[in-house]
Design a protein around this ligand. Structure first.
Ligand code: 3H9
Length: 678
């Protein structure tokens, strides 16, 4: 048909193959080719049925998201919709053969066909909400017709894909095909060739009597899970409209809601974030041909919260780990935490994972490890000592990684005879859950080690972002200025609750002082001590630490915590802040919510600009990915650098100057030229 879509004949069955690597997105060309192929099959008299299949690793991953960023997005969407109508209208039965994934417009294409077959390992889903969109090519109409209203609401509003078995049970697919999918689909197509075509749009039985409680419950849940986001609610509205409108009117309603979403700043931010996540793997000087080390076994030094979490991250990817502690009690505590974590799994799965972990008090077997990750106390001398020891016992070619969150990688590397094999892998807590790893490169690092770390991050299901070596790297260096600003606001008159609420309402997962209390005020103090060079120091934090108000772990920090860790305002802290500020001669005033947000967020932006200019981050979008995946920045705002761009660099500079700060030189240059970071 064209370079993206092949048309072949298997006797009386037309086989239409989409061949558009890497993921068979419905790019321009694919859409036209698919339509032409269906039309061709309908005019060829010998053809009795049609199979549509994807080549390569997947069926269709959805619409080509790049197209949504262009002014021609409207025409593009209209073409997809027209192609799906052509498929559904086909007089000859169309059998969709799904392997890999049918996501978004991919599932919509499949549902426009008359039958769906699926490989056992495949997945289907409507993940558009993650891009700030809703299904825009009939997904909110056809999915409820196949799977029922409740399932459709769940899939369209929450976006999680489901596996083949579940898709079959829900009625989305007609058969699971073990073995050769193409052959199975062709045989199936012959089976149904003489039957009248069965169009999804005509199927009404699952639409009747939808319980209104489905929609209200979903709205409530979506408002919590996707706080501040509009697309999930629009997706629920669209499915609800499906239960009330004829197919053609429902399509119109879906289209209106889709365009509202597509035009929203949220979709722009989320689509940006989607590509930003993928851009992190593009590392200058490293390519697909850069050799990598094979990582078959890992060893971890330290079974504390970080060590245990990192061990689970490896094990979850099927990599066996040794985990070493200095004392039996600490080792037992670490293993108890790991077991508690795995207790959520079915017994057999938990046993399999635990079998991959060897807890020990010695370095036995460390000489076999391909990577050793140090996760001990955050202290340079202690870490150097560990690196001296592991360097002595590990095999040549083993990578030595530190989980430091702020310390100088070069100073750790010099404790070894292989500084070129030493790398920072800054996991975030809980390391088995959080997706971010900062991959920190020291000055001696070999490209092969960086390439291995990047590949490993992907294998662990994580997002590895490259960072240069400076105190606090990217994430903590920025969080330091953000946290300082939050504390200055307190000294100048805002309450702990004002500051927390303002940033929470901005969309942060939690307010800054709530974050301090969660992470531990002592930990935040130590991070600040490593990465701060500023003249003004926060005055209250050291006092809280001295009072043992370390945060949630001690029941008291900036707030007071009950047994269920619910915070409440603590008048003692308010009095301490006030008296500290007065004795330091700081003038106190009423501070607006806008000022709280601007000072904290623009502190991030200004530091981000310095980081970018120094080459500590490879690109502005890497900084955003770190903040979206590691620091609870609202995804629908795209990250601090994208947010700065959305308000305009000259506005950012003006506001920063109003605060009496010095704008980063890069920021000033961008403002002068009317340019953006991203
Ligand atoms: C939609 O369908 C809306 C419709 O309802 C409306 C129609 C009117 N477009 O993730 P990977 C690129 S919205 C363009 O590393 P994996 C990706 O950027 C869409 N490009 O692979 C990367 O490029 P590069 C709904 C896409 O194996 C390369 O492919 N669909 C798209 O880890 C490899 O990607 C989705 O939201 C796309 N749709 O994961 C699904 N997808 O090499 C989005 C991927 O230059 N995709 N690329 O960096 C995914 O979730 C994953 O890519 C997938 C594979 C699971 C498929």
């Amino acid at each position: 048909m064209n370079t993206f879509v092949r048309f072949e004949r298997d006797r009386d069955v037309a086989v239409v193959t989409i061949d558009h690597p890497p993921v068979n997105a419905l790019s321009p060309g694919v859409v036209e080719g698919l339509r032409a192929a269906i039309e061709q099959a309908n005019v060829e008299a010998e053809v009795r049925a049609i199979v549509v299949i994807g080549s390569g690793r997947t069926f269709i991953a959805g619409a080509d998201v790049h197209e949504f960023q262009k002014p021609t997005a409207g025409e593009y969407v209209a073409k997809i919709r027209a192609t799906l109508s052509t498929i559904e209208d086909s007089a000859k039965p169309v059998v969709m053969a799904i392997h890999g994934a049918a996501l978004g417009g991919g599932l919509e294409t499949a549902m426009a066909g008359h039958y769906r077959l699926i490989a056992p390992s495949a997945q289907v889903g409507q993940p558009e909400v993650k891009l700030g969109l809703i299904p825009g090519a009939g997904g909110t109409l056809r999915l409820p017709r196949l799977a029922g209203v409740a399932k459709a609401v769940e899939m369209c509003a929450f976006g999680a894909p489901i596996k083949a078995q579940e898709a079959f049970a829900a009625g989305i697919v007609d058969r699971i095909v073990d073995g050769d999918l193409r052959a199975g689909a062709v045989a199936f197509a012959r089976e149904v060739a003489s039957q009248p075509v069965r169009r999804t749009r005509d199927r009404q039985e699952k639409l009747a009597n939808a319980d209104p409680a489905i929609f209200s419950a979903a709205r409530e849940q979506a408002s919590k899970k996707w706080r501040g986001q509009t697309a999930p609610l629009a997706a629920i509205d669209a499915v609800e409209a499906t239960t009330k409108l004829a197919f053609a009117d429902g399509l119109k309603r879906e289209s209106e809601l889709f365009y509202q979403c597509l035009r929203s700043p949220q979709a722009k931010a989320l689509i940006y974030a989607f590509f930003a996540e993928r851009a992190v793997t593009k590392i200058p000087g490293i390519s697909g041909s850069t050799p990598t080390y094979d990582i078959a076994r890992a060893a971890i030094v330290g079974a504390g919260t970080m060590g245990g979490g990192i061990a689970m991250a490896f094990v979850n990817a099927g990599i066996p780990v040794l985990i070493k502690e200095t004392g039996q009690e600490a080792l037992d505590r670490g293993m108890t935490n790991i077991r508690r974590n795995y207790a959520r799994l079915p017994q057999e799965a938990a046993d399999q994972k635990l079998a991959l972990i060897t807890p020990q008090l010695t370095f036995d077997g460390f000489d076999q490890a391909d990577i050793i990750v140090e996760a001990v106390f955050e202290n340079l001398a202690v870490k150097q000592q560990v690196f001296r020891e592991i360097d002595g016992i590990s095999k040549p070619g083993a990578i030595l990684a530190t989980n430091t969150s702020s310390l100088d990688i070069d100073q750790i590397a010099v404790a070894t005879k292989r500084p070129d094999m030493v790398i920072g892998l800054h996991f975030f807590s809980p390391a088995n859950i959080m997706r971010l790893i900062e991959i920190v490169r020291g000055s001696a690092i070999r490209p092969e080690v960086t390439a291995t770390a990047a590949t490993l991050a992907k294998r662990l299901g994580k997002i590895g972002v490259i960072a240069g070596n400076c105190p606090g790297f990217i994430g903590n260096r920025m969080i330091n200025v953000y946290g300082r600003e939050a504390q200055f606001l307190l000294e100048e008159g805002a309450t702990v609750e004002d500051v927390n609420q303002a940033l929470f309402d901005f969309g942060m997962a939690m307010g800054p002082l709530a974050m301090f209390d969660l992470v531990g005020n002592d930990v935040m103090r130590d991070i600040a001590a490593i990465s701060s060079t500023a003249a003004r120091s926060p005055l209250v934090l050291p006092q809280l630490c001295a009072m043992g108000r370390l945060g949630q772990k001690t029941g008291k920090g900036w707030s007071r915590y009950d047994e269920s860790r619910k915070p409440s305002a603590d008048p003692e802290v308010a009095a301490l802040i006030e008296s500290t500020a007065r004795s330091a001669g700081i003038e106190r005033r009423i501070i607006s919510k806008q000022e709280i947000v601007d000072r904290c967020i623009l502190a991030l932006v200004n530091e981000g600009a310095h980081i970018l200019e120094e080459g500590i981050a490879l690109r502005a979008s890497d900084i955003d990915v770190i903040y979206l995946t590691g620091y609870g920045f609202p995804a629908w705002r795209g990250g601090p650098m994208f947010y700065a761009d959305s308000i305009g660099s000259s506005n950012v500079v003006a506001r920063i100057e109003e605060f009496g700060w010095t704008p980063a030189p890069l920021l000033k240059r961008l403002a002068a030229k009317g340019k953006t970071f991203t």
